[in-house]
Ligand binder design. Sequence first.
Ligand SMILES: [Zn+2]
Length: 191
Amino acid sequence: MPSAITHAAVGLALAPAFWRPGAPRRLWLLGALAAAAPDLDVIGFRLGVDYGDLLGHRGLSHSLCFAALLAAALLPLSRAGPGFSPRRAWLYLFLASASHGLLDMATDGGLGVALFAPFSAARIFFPFRPIAVSPLGVHAFFGARGAAVIASEALWVWLPAAAFAALSRATHGWPNRPGCRTRRERSSSRR
Ligand SMILES: [Zn+2]
């Protein structure tokens, strides 16, 4: 897996593409959580669940099906209301969570991702896997391996994510303080 912070950052990087006036600010926080949440499945290691099981690491929690359900569960917390389409909020949360499994499929270690669970138990990877797999646990992050992972994530995840976010900001009019009205909106409401 890329690290939890990197997964959360990808969830946030998707935000400007979905921003619209009236977007609830908490939606972006939920998106970051949804993007990092699938790795909570590592709890299974302590409970004796095998890595390759449906409920094992990179199993059901990393599937598109789980992403859809998690998005539906988080949607009420986002307070997406009449000013911001709940359908749009759900789609953002779904893609944020689904991005996790897709990123893991581009890592160079561990088992593949059960992207289509529970309909298929197949563990799959992308043919091109440039992202160095992140060690499980914080302690393993220190040292040469940790530095290599950070460098790999910076190049293959942070850089493209930042470029995507910047492009989306430029094209969607994301305000400096998301959740606040843009200058154009304020001046038009004064008229
Ligand atoms: Zn993962």
